[in-house]
Design a protein around this ligand. Structure first.
Ligand SMILES: *Cc1c(COP(=O)(O)O)cnc(C)c1O
Length: 395
């Protein structure tokens, strides 16, 4: 058998990421590859850094995309900020908090876990208590937008508590960036990482990061070398911020960066705050439809992420079977539950370009009609009408 060109099916992506990629971004990806030290490319990279500052709401000089997925953004923060023996308070209320703990351990740090509840925000009082009991801790790590559950934690409050205890913050904003309020400077977040394929709606494989001066001071004061050569910010900075003397570090993923540039231009055109509003509005429309179907969101309303909706699977319904039907009949991808929530929820992403009316109505109509044939009474028309009524209100 001859292996031929790969032509993927055209899907609608409403899972936990990647989100739908806008045609403008895909078109940017296909532009001619040039050298990564070409002056034209260097100029574009400077624009990417500026656009990322706009998205992160920061003036931080060290703001750039790491040439690898969100997980590498996470690792960049931990390997640079954690030195062997450092006590790090890590909040775990889902999958990604657990990964932060792994990162602390592998960097030789000592994790002190604030164990939260899956599907709930991180509890600020619990964090304050833990920091008070561990006065040697100098870092607090938490996930702002837990994609594994759909819970949103109060990054501003947690950063304030950290500062009172003389701790720096490492914040996972992979799903937050571009989708819900994130104010790196105003909230005093010290090291923040994200990903390209969630609410930025770019292709996967890049991890925007930003570090303030407090974080850089800690890195400069390290007694030991960063154990990862590739992610050592002292070396990466020479490549990304070396002004005139930009030196070779690694070959940047040139075309992926064209795509990120385009997605950030689109975000700037829309306006960062307008994008947050759009995500919030579309979440309400989806919620109205789901409620009409009698389906429940598992996260309490005040802690819900608009861009990731965890829906309880009704009794007697096969979670995976519904997703399989949606994929094969409608080319529609929803996410499954992870960890404690495996088999119990569907995760419906409304991220970036996926957060649009056509997707919401498709999702509700397809879910309702399939659930109906699976023995769960569901009125597709009523669900669509309920969502439609919310969409018709001004955002
Ligand atoms: C997706 C995600 C990551 C990991 O990003 P990858 O690009 O998959 O490596 C980390 N944290 C959160 C909260 C995420 O949603």
């Amino acid at each position: 058998m001859t292996i031929r060109s790969f032509n993927p099916p055209v899907r609608t992506l409403m899972g936990p990421g990647p989100a739908d990629v806008h045609p403008r971004v895909l078109a940017a990806l296909a532009r001619p590859t040039i050298g990564h030290l070409d002056p034209a490319f260097v100029g574009m990279m400077d624009e990417v850094k500026d656009l990322l500052r706009t998205a992160f709401r920061t003036q931080n000089a060290l703001t750039m995309p790491v040439s690898a997925p969100g997980s590498a953004g996470m690792e960049t923060c931990f390997v640079n900020l954690v030195e062997p023996g450092d006590e790090v308070v890590v909040c775990i209320n889902g999958v990604f908090g657990g990964r932060m703990k792994e990162n602390v351990e592998r960097a030789g740090g000592v994790p002190i876990v604030v164990q939260g509840t899956w599907g709930r925000a991180v509890d600020p009082d619990q964090v304050a208590d833990t920091l008070a009991r561990h006065p040697n801790a100098r870092l607090l790590a938490f996930v702002q937008a837990e994609t594994s559950t759909g819970a949103q934690s109060d990054a501003r409050a947690l950063a304030e508590i950290a500062r009172r205890h003389d701790c720096l913050t490492i914040v996972d904003a992979v799903t937050a960036l571009g989708g819900s309020p994130l104010e790196v400077d105003a909230w005093g977040l010290d090291a923040v990482y994200s990903g390209s394929q969630k609410c930025l709606s770019c292709v996967p494989g890049l991890a925007p990061v930003t570090f303030n001066e407090r974080a850089l001071d800690k890195i400069r004061a390290r007694q030991t070398k960063v154990q990862s050569w590739f992610l050592d910010l002292n070396l990466v900075m020479g490549y990304w911020s070396g002004e005139q003397k930009r030196s070779y570090h690694h070959t940047a993923p040139v075309n992926a960066l064209y795509a990120l540039h385009e997605s950030l231009v689109m975000l700037a055109e829309e306006g960062v705050e307008a994008a947050w509003k759009r995500h919030a509005h579309h979440h309400l429309a989806l919620r109205a439809g789901l409620e009409t179907l009698g389906l429940e969101l598992i996260v309490p309303e005040s802690e819900r992420l608009p861009q990731l909706n965890s829906v309880a699977v009704p009794a007697g319904i096969d979670e995976a079977a519904l997703r399989a039907r949606l994929l094969s009949r409608y080319n529609l991808e929803l996410g499954a539950g992870l960890g404690d929530l495996a088999g119990k929820v569907w995760r419906i992403g409304l991220m970036g370009y996926s957060s649009r009316p056509a997707n919401i109505l498709l999702c509700l109509g397809a879910m309702a009609s399939e659930l109906d044939t699976m023995g769960y009474r569901a009125d597709a028309g009523a669900a669509i009408a309920a969502a439609r009524a919310v969409l018709d209100q001004a955002a």
